[in-house]
Design a protein around this ligand. Structure first.
Ligand code: TEU
Length: 550
């Protein structure tokens, strides 16, 4: 069994990873084909986003059957081959469990709609108020969060798309079914799970309007959340079976994340939170643009790093996933300093206290899609917000600018394997356009260049294995008031590590008097190796790491 603190996870969005069958959509056999590439990168686990039977309204986050593979992705045999081939390479598979909601095509929902009271209670059906929905809560994908069903004269709750109906976790039978699903996949040899928006599952006893927000304060980290997670872990044997588990926590707090991930609580191994990825949201609104607030970013990281440490919780640390724009286009500079900014950002994340996650393509510096036509977009959220922003009176130009920065499709364009047609992703027409920059940005080019972003990631992943301090050291913020440099120390037994990262595309000089003593050596840099000095001028996006052991 692997220690998740010493591990690195690689996230695969199967639809866009590698298409073996040639139908334009990635598949499980495609992942198997690329296992040697992943093994070589040094990763320990693969988190694969949902590939279960689904109408694909939200690319698989709308599950219609948790125990079967969607034919677009292959067969159960393909999954078994993938799992056993991964195992041979000492790579564990983490499945993505979407337990807050099911697709409305799921058998349970279908039975509910047919009037079966047993299954109707699997979901959250409520009467409206004066011809209006039960509450004014807003769906995460836009619009009211309740869908009217005429034949019952009732509404069902959907915090996401209207084809994603929220499950009623108050119903013990729902919880039993979900535990059975976990057991089913554990018996297939998986090594862990990522739980989708798991901190939204516990809804309040009374449903009321939110006059100061969109409703999230009533169901985020809800009243029975810790009880539900403990019960799920206990009844499915997650901990006794050595599963690695990560919960996706939407708009959460540190106090809750400590409880979710402190080993004494026996809930989860670690949590994702998104506070550091809202520092470029104007007024906390995803669809309003603002430059990155660097001082806020620093303070969020420092607060969470030290706070989780004090409470013995554990973070998943990451920049990218299938819902986020590409970090190199966001906080880096994909035009003038692609290599420098990508490697600087990677250094910041991988040497923090937490388990690092790499999202497919991040390791080769894939950028945002920069689509210019709404017909190029596929994501339900982007398509909804295109309409909503239009209704708000925004011009087409403004809307495209926003989508180019914020759309989830930015991270979902096909993986760029080589400079051949469709980036070597598929012989068919890809379901989402390939980024035209595949001719220069692709894995083949990275593998041929010893100085590439890919090899830098490989180094970071290897360092975690080699130096215990990266996994187990304490985190100590440094240069907290500096407006250009992100810096921290790690301290463990007789070892010390100092990380300096220039977050901007211009030189900056830092004073380091008093924060180090003799004996440090340069462990890693994205420029050339140098000595640690009292005054140092850092190059654009320079990251440099010093290490000392007595
Ligand atoms: O995402 C949860 C979520 O709320 C966000 O990441 C969301 O996509 C974004 O904030 C909207 O602006 C998870 C999955 O990662 C996502 O792909 C699914 O669409 C969603 O849950 C529903 O299952």
């Amino acid at each position: 069994m692997k220690d998740f603190k010493k591990s690195c996870v690689y996230q695969i969005y199967p639809k866009s990873f590698y298409d073996k069958s040639g139908d334009g959509i990635g598949d499980l056999a495609g992942i198997t084909e690329k296992l040697d590439y992943l093994k070589d990168l040094g990763i320990d686990y693969l988190w694969i986003t949902p590939f279960f039977v689904s109408p694909q309204n939200d690319n698989g986050y709308d599950v219609a059957d948790y125990r079967s593979i969607d034919p677009t992705y292959g067969t159960m045999e393909d999954f078994e081959t993938l799992a056993s081939e991964a195992k041979k390479r000492n790579i564990g598979i983490m499945l993505d469990m979407v337990f807050n909601h099911t697709s409305t095509e799921h058998e349970w929902f279908q039975k509910a709609m047919a009037g079966d009271p047993y299954y109707k209670d699997f979901y959250i059906f409520k009467k409206g108020k004066n011809g209006q929905p039960p509450t004014n809560w807003v769906s995460k994908f836009g619009g009211n969060a309740w869908q009217y069903v005429e034949k019952f004269d009732e509404y069902y709750l959907h915090l996401f798309d209207k084809t994603q109906a929220d499950l009623n976790w108050e119903n013990e039978n729902v919880r039993k079914e979900l535990v059975d699903i976990l057991k089913f996949w554990m018996s297939k040899g998986v090594s862990g799970f990522r739980f989708d928006v798991i901190n939204l599952i516990s809804k309040p006893a009374v449903f009321e309007d939110d006059f100061s927000g969109d409703g999230r304060r009533f169901y985020t980290d809800g009243p029975r959340i810790h009880e539900f997670l403990k019960e799920m872990a206990q009844n499915s044997g997650l901990n006794s079976n050595g599963m690695i588990t990560v919960g996706e926590m939407s708009s959460t707090t540190m106090e809750h994340c400590i409880r979710y991930s402190n080993p004494d609580e026996k809930e989860l191994s670690m949590c994702f939170n998104f506070h550091h990825l809202k520092v470029d949201y104007k007024n906390q609104q995803k669809w309003e643009l603002q430059d990155c607030d660097f001082m806020k970013l620093k303070s969020i990281f420092n607060t969470w790093q030290t706070g989780m440490q004090a409470g013995n919780g554990w973070n998943a640390v990451f920049w990218c996933n299938h819902d986020q724009p590409r970090i190199i286009s966001r906080f880096g500079d994909d035009k003038n300093y692609p290599r420098e900014s990508a490697t600087m950002l990677a250094t910041m994340i991988h040497l923090m206290r937490g388990t690092p996650y790499i999202y497919q393509g991040e390791e080769i510096g894939m950028t945002n899609a920069y689509f210019t036509d709404i017909n190029q977009y596929r994501d339900v959220e982007s398509l909804n917000y295109y309409q909503i922003l239009k209704e708000e009176g925004k011009s087409e130009d403004e809307i495209y600018k926003i989508l180019q920065e914020r759309s989830r499709d930015n991270s979902r364009t096909p993986m760029q394997w080589n400079a051949c047609e469709h980036a070597g992703f598929s012989t068919g027409t890809p379901w989402l356009s390939v980024n035209p920059n595949y001719q220069t940005i692709n894995t083949e080019a990275c593998l041929a260049d010893p100085n590439s972003i890919l090899y830098y990631y490989k180094k970071l992943v290897a360092l975690r294995k080699e130096y215990d301090i990266i996994a187990y050291g304490d985190y100590v913020p440094v240069l907290e008031d500096n407006t250009s440099v992100f810096a921290y120390k790690r301290v463990y037994q007789n070892e010390k590590l100092l990380v300096l990262a220039n977050f901007y595309g211009k030189e900056t000089t830092v004073q380091l008097d008093g924060i180090f003593e003799d004996g440090y050596e340069c462990l890693l840099t994205n420029y050339t190796k140098r000595a640690l000095e009292n005054e140092m001028t850092l190059q654009p996006y320079e990251a440099v790491v010093f290490y000392k052991s007595n």
